[in-house]
Design a protein around this ligand. Structure first.
Ligand SMILES: NC(=O)c1ccc[n+]([C@@H]2O[C@H](COP(=O)([O-])OP(=O)(O)OC[C@H]3O[C@@H](n4cnc5c(N)ncnc54)[C@H](O)[C@@H]3O)[C@@H](O)[C@H]2O)c1
Length: 242
């Protein structure tokens, strides 16, 4: 028996890196997995630009009711040269690069959640899992726009979680995983060398998939899960009673 037996699961950005590892894990746990990506790698994968609201509507209409949706697609700020300039100054972020990263990392999560949550609420079951980042919990130096988008999606997850709890919607959950550095094409080899030389861990994508399973099993609305080296744990900042 797998933890996701019989479930229909959608993973965005599932053609590479963390999303690919999570899709493999969900299949191993018994789910039927739909991978949607702007660069699909096979005919089984669906083309989707997560920043396109209309495309989300069409995708959700074309699929069976979804039990779990992993909003994972993300990019770093286009145009930043991480290898030559890890601490690229703010003025080097172009308008186009800024809009592009907001489109994928924030709009993509907002539009995705908006497209799938009403159906889950109507059915009384479902989980939206977001890949945020440790950069969503702390002020990571360097890619400031990336850090801003990841804080924004952590805020979205917290607020959606609180809304589901306050409105008494049992069986529907929203949570976030917040990995540190992961060995994927998002983090160039040279950058990984720099990170390792600084004494920070670079983990395998399969470890993030393990964290995703723990977040799903915990069913804790609005929770954020730190994935750093060997550690997987729920982030517990001081509660603010809003
Ligand atoms: N690699 C890390 O160190 C790290 C750490 C923390 C969080 N994350 C986050 O994990 C997520 C996955 O990143 P990854 O490291 O696996 O990178 P990756 O580049 O290997 O995978 C990202 C995937 O998203 C897809 N994608 C990009 N733009 C898209 C769009 N507009 N619509 C649909 N798909 C799109 C890409 O084609 C790619 O397949 C991202 O949200 C990233 O911010 C990564």
């Amino acid at each position: 028996m797998g933890a996701l037996d019989g479930q229909h699961v959608l993973v965005t950005g599932g053609s590479s890196g963390i999303g690919k590892a999570c899709a493999q894990r969900y299949r191993a746990e018994g789910a039927t997995v739909y991978v949607a990506d702007i660069r699909p790698q096979s005919s089984d994968e669906i083309h989707l630009d997560v920043s396109d609201s209309a495309a989300w509507t069409a995708l959700v209409e074309s699929l069976p009711p979804l039990d779990m949706v992993h909003l994972n697609a993300g990019i770093t700020t286009p145009g930043r040269n991480l290898n030559d300039q890890p601490m690229a100054p703010l003025e080097d972020v172009t308008d186009e690069g800024y809009r592009a990263i907001l489109g994928v990392n924030l709009d993509g999560v907002f539009f995705g959640a908006r497209a799938v949550l009403p159906g889950m609420v109507a059915r009384g079951s479902g989980h939206v899992l977001v890949t945020a980042s440790m950069a969503g919990l702390g002020g990571m130096p360097g890619d400031v726009a990336y850090t801003a988008t990841k804080h924004a999606v952590v805020g979205l997850v917290k607020s959606l979680g609180a809304t589901l709890e306050r409105s008494g919607t049992p069986g529907v959950y929203v949570s976030a995983i917040c990995p540190g550095f992961v060995d994927t094409p998002l983090v160039a080899a040279e950058a990984q060398e720099f990170i390792t030389a600084m004494g920070m861990p670079v983990i395998e994508p399969a470890r993030v998939a393990e964290a995703a399973m723990q977040a799903l099993e915990a069913k804790a609305n609005g929770s954020q899960w730190i994935v750093w080296g060997d550690t997987i744990r729920m982030h517990e900042p001081p509660a603010l009673d809003l």
